[in-house]
Design a protein around this ligand. Structure first.
Ligand code: COA
Length: 335
């Protein structure tokens, strides 16, 4: 039995900055409303045609591979988390295998939205723990901007989300006091439609011809979110799953050196921070700059925190996510 540790981290965000002011030119919204409700000041949107979910993931992966000090030939498996794949199928995992020029290693796609990276880390951890793989490339990447309803009708969703990618190399660690200590995953499909994008899905195709009947007024082609319901569930589940992870390892809240929550909404992070009585140095947020990048948010935030020297060897680092499904999870790491 081994542990897995995060050996390299990287992220990539498109250069194109979209401010709240920019959004107010295409829909009825304003900087004050967005900042007060979400903490977001700006987000990145790809320049159309320049980047895809896969290409952003590949760019983030190249940085992570280099920092891990491994050759791409050393990668045994690829796990890609996204809700915004380039193609309906195949998923972006195989596109990364192709674009990075990896040998014919396995590639797995994870469909767990905002919890996607936490689920992907958990899967990679199991493969490494059992000795099946030594190095697993885990990517979270999202291209939201081309799929959002950028009119006043869609403002409750579209002001929140941004584009970007993050990646990690998980590698075998023989010192069992280090690395990922445990992971904890949950779901509650009862609330599946509360944060969802119904079309294009086979369920939708069953009742309508998706190609011929793609009516711009059909809101099922745009993401839907019951914002207040999501908020209420998020704060409860974040707290539960962080506590679950700490208890499983006989750790206390006071042992946390750095909590990197999924960047859903600054108000959610602040609520958790206050509830757990953590100070500003113990929680890392960057939603102000990038919006909610779904599966990419944790690896982007984790990479930034690490780059800024906020995570040191021996630190207890907690990752926690909640999102569409509903799904949620946590990862407890001794860095
Ligand atoms: N700009 C200006 N006004 C907006 C707006 C926008 N972008 N979006 C919605 N509004 C309006 C609404 O139309 C509504 O107007 P009304 O009172 O005249 O009907 C009013 O603002 C309040 O809308 P409501 O949806 O109740 O706002 P809220 O306080 O719940 O905030 C969210 C909305 C989405 C910011 C909030 O619910 C939230 O953050 N939820 C969690 C979302 C999340 O974390 N999602 C990701 C999970 S992984």
């Amino acid at each position: 039995m081994y542990h897995s540790k995060i050996k390299g981290l990287g992220y990539y965000v498109p250069e194109n900055v979209v401010t709240n002011e920019d959004l107010s030119k295409v829909m009825e919204t304003n900087d004050e409303w967005i900042q007060e409700r979400t903490g977001i000041q700006e987000r990145r949107h790809v320049i159309r045609g320049e980047d895809t979910t896969t290409s952003m993931g590949v760019k983030a992966a190249k940085v992570a591979i280099e920092r891990a000090g491994i050759a791409k030939e050393d990668i045994d498996f690829v796990i890609f988390a996204t809700l915004s794949p380039d193609y309906y199928f195949p998923g972006p995992g195989v596109l990364v295998q192709r674009d990075l020029g990896l040998k014919t290693v396995g590639a797995l796609d994870v469909r767990n939205q905002c919890s996607g990276f936490v689920y992907a880390i958990s899967i990679a951890d199991q493969y490494i723990k059992t000795g099946m793989y030594k190095n697993v490339l885990v990517i979270g990447s999202e291209l939201h901007s081309t799929g959002l309803d950028m009119t006043t009708r869609g403002r409750g969703v579209s002001v929140i989300f941004g584009d970007g990618a993050g990646a990690a190399i998980l590698s075998r660690e023989e010192d069992l006091s280090k690395g990922i200590l445990s992971t904890h995953l949950h779901s509650e499909g009862q609330h599946a439609e509360e944060l969802s994008l119904i079309a294009p899905g086979m369920g939708k195709r069953w009742v309508t011809d998706i190609i011929a009947d793609n009516d711009p007024n059909d809101e099922s082609y745009y993401p839907y979110m019951n914002g207040q319901f999501v908020f209420k569930n998020a704060v409860v589940r974040f707290s539960e799953v962080i506590n679950e992870g700490l208890q499983a390892n006989n750790l206390q809240i006071s042992d946390i050196n750095m909590l990197v929550p999924h960047q859903a909404n600054l108000r959610i992070s602040q609520f958790i921070q206050q509830k757990f009585k953590l100070n500003d140095d113990q929680v890392y947020n960057n939603i102000q700059k990038y919006g909610n990048t779904t599966a990419a948010s944790i690896p982007i935030a984790l990479t930034e925190a690490w780059e800024k020297g906020k995570i040191k060897e021996g630190d207890l680092v907690v990752l926690a996510a909640f999102g569409s499904g509903f799904t949620w999870g946590s990862v407890i790491i001794r860095w």
